[in-house]
Design a binder for this molecule. Structure first.
Ligand code: GDP
Ligand code: IMO
Ligand code: MG
Length: 426
């Protein structure tokens, strides 16, 4: 079977985890290739909820090999906690999980600096998840990072950590007036993680290329989404990795041609967490109702998600930069009972009509959405398992999205459960 990439088309939380869980039944391997503990992927199986941050969402399928690729930034503390939490829920993790020795490590100073640097006059600047993502990727790029593989040689790791602390403690104390971190407890803590993670740490570049040579099918699981991409997203209100399909090759160590079919995941409306422009945001009762109907609270930080109408302008941009072949439309059930529904098809900017997503946040902040309006529906569609059984208004809405975005819809989410999905032949 050809490989597949599942990637978010909006500002994250589109339901990528659920889709990867559904599809992973048909794949040998699931790979995370970027991001880190900032991701929160929720999977609901038989009424039981699993929230994954670093572990790929194929882990609930026994026999599916899950790989944390070299492009991911791994916080060993979060990972060990996540593995233990999954094990307590009866999931076999260690047998099926591999971690790249090249993946960079999130250390406590990254998390502390992330929070301090993101606060300006007591208010968030970007509104990061505080998981140390930006500072860790910064260290990677400036060649100051420490990789997971380095944990395996404790003496060498100790040397590298000691060196790093000299510089980080200077930043913490002189720049932020914070407390310095002591070497000994940090070193001992991380030696504990080394012992726990050692059996899973591999040269996953070699492992994945060998799997590819053997004809094994690989599903790439994107975290965050195209509009949070460091290059194509709403910079600086973005995350620090290439969340788009371009990140697959560098983040997994497989050639770009390995990506295969690309499914772009989009909610039937839009949400965003943190700061940054959001042209279709609803700051009224409707927005509050979407939040309530859709349970729109962050899986990682618990923050309320900002909610608004579907934005075909930004999603078109995302599908282009990701090379998406189809759209997985999620949370259509949430729109039931919302009254008439709107889709943004262009932006008004002064006297101009923009059909393309602008690169400037200043422009995005000042645009007004141009909407098309559609009939809503009252019915609960969570039991629907075929398009035929959907209300006419829901079918018309799906068709409108296909037309406005310019891609076919390959699945429709009608609830959070694994079986609450309508899959369409492509
Ligand atoms: P991800 O980060 O893209 O994996 O998405 P999250 O898990 O952060 O957020 C999506 C939320 O919507 C989760 O709580 C899912 O359980 C839920 N969800 C996913 N698909 C659907 C759907 O089609 N309908 C409903 N009602 N909930 C869904
Ligand atoms: P999943 O994979 C939604 C947002 C943060 C913030 C910005 C930068 O669950 O879709 P960071 O901590 O990455 O430096 O924060 O990106 N953000 C997400 N929003 N879903 C996510 O992941 C996100 N990961 C980061 O809220 O605005
Ligand atoms: Mg999420």
């Amino acid at each position: 079977m050809a490989n597949l990439c599942v990637v978010g088309l909006q500002w994250g939380d589109e339901g990528k985890g659920k889709l990867v869980d559904v599809l992973s039944k048909e794949y040998d391997v699931v790979v995370r290739y970027q991001g880190g503990g900032n991701a929160g992927h929720t999977v609901v199986v038989d009424g039981r909820k699993y929230v994954l941050h670093l572990v790929p969402s194929g882990i609930l399928r026994p026999g599916c090999v899950c790989v944390i690729g070299n492009g991911v930034v791994v916080d060993p503390a979060t990972l060990v906690e996540e593995i233990d939490g999954l094990k307590a829920q009866g999931v076999r993790v260690e047998e099926n999980l591999l971690i790249s020795d090249r993946a960079h490590m999130v250390l406590p100073y990254h998390k502390i600096i992330d929070k301090l640097a993101d606060t300006e006059d007591g208010k968030p600047r970007i509104g990061t998840t505080g998981r140390g993502i930006g500072p860790c990727y910064s260290d990677k790029v400036s060649r100051q990072g420490i990789r997971i593989g380095e944990l395996l040689d404790k003496a060498e790791f100790g040397k590298r950590l000691r060196e790093a602390l000299v510089q980080k403690n200077r930043v913490l104390t002189a720049l932020y007036g914070a407390e310095p971190l002591a070497f000994e407890p940090l070193y001992n803590e991380f030696c504990g993680y080394a012992d726990r993670l050692r059996p899973m740490i591999r040269d996953t570049v070699d492992v994945l290329n060998t799997y590819a040579d053997q004809g094994k099918s690989i599903l790439f699981e994107g975290a965050q989404a195209a509009l949070l991409d460091i290059d194509y997203g709403t910079y600086p209100y973005a995350t620090s990795s290439n969340t788009t399909t371009g990140g697959v090759a560098t983040g997994a160590g497989l050639p770009p041609k390995s990506v295969g079919h690309v499914i772009g995941v989009a909610k039937a409306y839009t949400t965003r967490v943190g700061e940054g422009p959001f042209p279709t945001e609803l700051q009224d009762d409707l927005g509050a109702r979407l939040r309530e109907h859709g349970g729109e609270f962050g899986a990682t930080t618990g923050r309320p998600r900002r909610c608004g109408w579907f934005d075909a302008v930004s999603v078109r941009h995302s599908t282009r930069v990701c090379g998406a072949d189809s759209i997985a439309l999620t949370k259509l059930d949430v729109l039931g009972g919302m009254g008439r529904i709107r889709v943004c098809v262009a932006y008004r900017h002064g006297s101009e009509i923009l059909k393309r997503f602008p690169s400037s946040c200043a422009v995005l902040r000042s645009v007004e959405p141009v909407y098309e309006e559609f009939e809503g529906w009252e019915e609960d569609i969570s039991q629907a398992r075929s398009v035929k059984t959907l209300p006419k208004a829901a079918k018309d809405y799906i068709r409108a999205i296909e037309e406005r975005v310019g891609l076919p819809v390959s699945s429709i989410g009608v609830g959070s459960g694994r079986e609450e999905i309508i899959r369409l032949p492509l």
